[in-house]
Design a protein around this ligand. Structure first.
Ligand code: GDP
Length: 505
């Protein structure tokens, strides 16, 4: 059976029959009206290659010849507690796209991208910035600490990266110094009950956004607006800060500081939604990159031990400026084991030498904070939930190499909660805290696998492990990463899927 058929079969027997698999029509011809319109208004159409072919028109069709589908937004989403290696995934896929958009989070998330001998730690700029052809967009759903962004742009420039293509949404909210101070003072006050935030003001900034008290990036350009807003909101912030024993802020200092940021970043500000929409209208590929992961989602994670935004794929629409039907692909990213930062229930946590070994080999320390991450066995219960809630169409599995040398591997397949077997991710954090994992066991493999480039060359036990994960996910694992570098990637169904358009249904 050819590889291509294997992928198709797996997708067809997915637990979640979806439009992407059995029911989705193979040809999604874009409306001729829209096409004509886009052609008149914007340059193009450009010739583009599909990331995954089921989103593209058959070879030889009118639209394929003219450059492919109008809708080619791909979302990259973390399926665990963040730190799944999305940086590498985006960097790997970015080669084939013209734009990468970060859609939520702030400088609490870090991406590490390795290029040859060079290691880039990025906190705000989307990982695709390392490619010279790429427009990197910080979307409206992100909260921006201007100081961090300026530092990062300077760092990239010093290292020879052209940052003129970094665009920042005018509507993205600004993390102000009082947000950071409030975050830290609040965590200190909560002591043992703290959420374990990174203390970077992300939560308070999203809070102000919802309260309609926030400052947006475009406000940094306007002294009058800045002063008027700060006059309205600063007294309350200072009152709160004083009540927690922290220092208040002076309005004049804040206005000057903010105007300085605006001066420095003004050239990067843009209407990000239209940037994205124009790229899609030209038939270009746009990658939308989330920070953190599904289990830290404000709505879908284990509340309150969550982040203050929506890392799930739906967040790409609100935070990146695309409509739900413009998203063709949702690539879920997961590690071959699990990690978690901060507090909160974590049923598969490993507190023994095996966990310590994984943490050391996997370098499981926060990119931004340096905090050691908690490490555990792979948990398939939230995986099934994450696949469903994100409409995941395919998966990149990272860090398989880190599991080399462990005699017996475990995958959590269900929980026992209050004496009952539970197969589904509980919405209650309290229930999760009482969960005891039920494991399937797998024999491990001893040899290093960094050099492996095809699934067939993996040790048999590693292949079995990957297959088991795929069966739990119900969607194909198309890429398997065996090292931090771009080249250390097994392109499993990747090329086969590109050819899928020529295979009869
Ligand atoms: P992100 O926030 O999801 O992008 O994750 P991080 O960047 O914090 O963590 C991923 C770390 O793992 C980075 O240091 C990557 O270079 C590294 N990494 C990614 N994939 C692999 C892999 O397959 N094997 C190994 N050994 N390291 C990897």
């Amino acid at each position: 059976m050819p590889a291509i058929q294997e992928v198709d079969d797996r997708a067809t027997r997915a637990l979640r029959p979806s439009r992407e698999t059995v029911q989705r029509p193979p040809d999604r011809a874009p409306s001729p009206y829209r096409w004509g319109h886009a052609g008149e208004v914007y340059p193009g159409p450009w010739q583009v290659q599909g990331l995954f072919v089921w989103a593209r028109e058959p070879v030889g069709s009118d639209h394929a010849d003219r450059g492919g589908s109008l809708m080619s937004a791909t979302v990259i989403v973390g399926l665990q507690w963040g730190d799944e290696g999305k940086g590498k995934t985006t960097d790997f896929l970015a080669e084939q796209t013209s734009m990468v958009v970060r859609y939520q989070g702030g400088d609490n998330a870090g991406h590490t991208v390795v290029r040859g001998d060079e290691v880039f730690k990025l906190r705000l700029t989307p990982s695709g910035v390392l490619y010279p052809h790429m427009t990197s967009v910080i979307g409206n759903g992100v909260v921006v600490n201007p100081l961090t962004l300026i530092d990062e742009l300077d760092m990239l420039t010093t290292r020879g990266i052209d940052v003129s293509r970094v665009r920042v949404s005018r509507s993205a909210h600004v993390i102000m110094p009082y947000h950071v101070a409030l975050d830290r003072a609040n965590e200190a006050r909560l002591a043992g009950a703290a959420v374990g935030t990174t203390g970077r003001g992300i939560g308070p900034t999203y809070g102000d956004k919802a309260w309609r008290l926030g400052l947006r990036m475009e406000d940094l350009l306007d002294r009058a607006v800045l002063r008027e807003r700060l006059e309205r909101l600063l007294p309350d912030k200072n009152l709160l800060l004083s009540s927690m024993g922290a220092d208040p802020f002076a309005i004049d200092d804040l206005v000057d500081l903010a105007l300085g940021w605006g001066d420095r970043l003004g050239d990067h500000l843009d209407d990000a939604t239209w940037l994205v929409q124009r790229a899609l209208a030209r038939g270009e590929h746009v990658l939308l990159e989330g920070a953190q992961g599904t289990l830290l989602d404000l709505d879908h994670g284990s509340y309150p031990f969550v982040t203050s935004s929506n890392p799930v794929a739906g967040g790409a629409c609100t935070g990146g400026g695309v409509g739900p039907l413009q998203v063709d692909e949702v690539i879920g990213v997961m590690k071959a084991y699990s990690t978690r930062v901060g507090s909160g229930p974590y049923p598969t946590e490993l507190l023994d030498g095996i966990g310590q070994g994984i943490a050391e080999r996997g370098n499981e320390f926060g990119t931004v904070t340096g905090r050691p991450r908690r490490v555990g066995w792979f948990d398939a219960v939230p995986l099934r939930y994450a696949v469903a809630v994100n409409s995941v169409t395919s998966i990149m599995l990272n860090k398989l190499d880190i599991l080399s040398g462990i005699d017996c591997l475990r995958i959590c397949v269900a929980y026992e909660i209050d004496g009952r077997r539970i197969d589904t991710w509980p919405s209650s954090g309290a229930a999760l805290a009482r969960a005891t994992p039920i494991y399937d066991e797998f024999p491990g493999w001893s040899e290093p696998i960094h050099g492996v480039r095809s699934l067939g060359d993996l040790p048999e036990n590693a292949r079995r492990y990957v297959t088991a994960l795929e069966e739990h996910a119900g969607v194909p694992i198309v890429l398997v990463s065996v090292g931090p570098e771009r080249t250390q990637t097994i392109e499993r169904a990747w090329r086969a899927m590109r050819q899928r358009q020529v295979v009869p249904a």
